[in-house]
Design a protein around this ligand. Structure first.
Ligand SMILES: NC(=O)c1ccc[n+]([C@@H]2O[C@H](COP(=O)([O-])OP(=O)(O)OC[C@H]3O[C@@H](n4cnc5c(N)ncnc54)[C@H](OP(=O)(O)O)[C@@H]3O)[C@@H](O)[C@H]2O)c1
Length: 203
């Protein structure tokens, strides 16, 4: 398969590319890195990307920014960032990509555990993650031509927790998230939220 990975240079994207590259032709995409560049927050940038990239079987998105912040501190701009970038950015990868993806192709988006297991400071991120999961469940009902769509829900990556100065006890190396993405790309499921803990190989 020809598989596009958006966010390919990120903590999670790198692990996904490493797993899929031996099995498929992988096209790496980033904001300022990769084989192609795009800005998921700009629909015209997504349109230009799909025009340029050529035929493909699958899109994996491991990109998207949303802000942490205390409920009383989160600003309109903080909410707007998550909505335009992590939520609508990934939704638009699907909306625009539907005109280009091959029959029986697939889309795999990324949400996060905070939709269902929130923590203090996660209101904006939990909202965006839940929005992505609702979108995927509903959009799957209307996918044309046998196209599938799923969303992977990662827990915190230990790499990210280290950068944020968090205790890494509850995290998992990003490499262990990659089988969830592989299952979404290569399996038959659609309309599902894949919790990385269910697909992670034993440590
Ligand atoms: N890491 C975690 O612990 C964790 C846990 C749960 C959920 N998630 C979610 O997983 C996704 C990936 O997280 P991550 O930690 O792997 O991210 P990351 O390390 O910050 O990497 C982000 C990737 O996305 C690309 N990117 C950034 N802004 C972009 C834009 N506007 N348009 C297109 N590409 C863009 C970057 O490209 P450049 O390098 O070229 O800028 C990079 O490849 C995010 O949605 C995040 O919320 C992460």
């Amino acid at each position: 398969m020809r598989v596009i990975v958006v966010g390919a240079t990120g903590t999670i994207g790198r692990a996904v590319v490493e797993l899929l590259a031996g099995r498929h032709e992988v096209v790496t995409v980033g904001h300022s890195s990769g084989d192609f560049q795009l800005d998921i927050a700009s629909k015209s940038s997504i349109e230009a990307f799909y025009e340029a990239v050529g035929p493909f079987d699958a899109v994996v998105s491991a990109a998207g920014v949303a802000r942490f912040g205390a409920l009383r501190d989160l600003t309109d701009q903080d909410y707007a960032l998550g909505l335009a970038n992590k939520l609508m950015g990934q939704v638009n990868l699907v909306r625009v990509g539907l005109d280009y993806v091959k029959d029986q192709g697939s889309f795999t988006l990324t949400s996060g555990v905070l939709s269902r297991e929130p923590m203090r400071g996660s209101a904006a991120i939990s909202m965006v993650n839940a929005g992505l999961e609702g979108f995927v469940r509903a959009a799957a009902l209307e996918m044309p031509r046998g196209v599938r769509i799923n969303v992977v829900s990662p827990i915190f990556a230990t790499e990210t927790m280290r950068i944020m100065g968090m205790d890494t006890a509850g995290g998992m190396p990003a490499a262990r998230f990659a089988p969830s993405y592989q299952e979404s790309v290569e399996g038959r499921r659609s309309g599902q939220v894949l919790d990385v803990r269910e697909f992670a190989p034993a440590p």
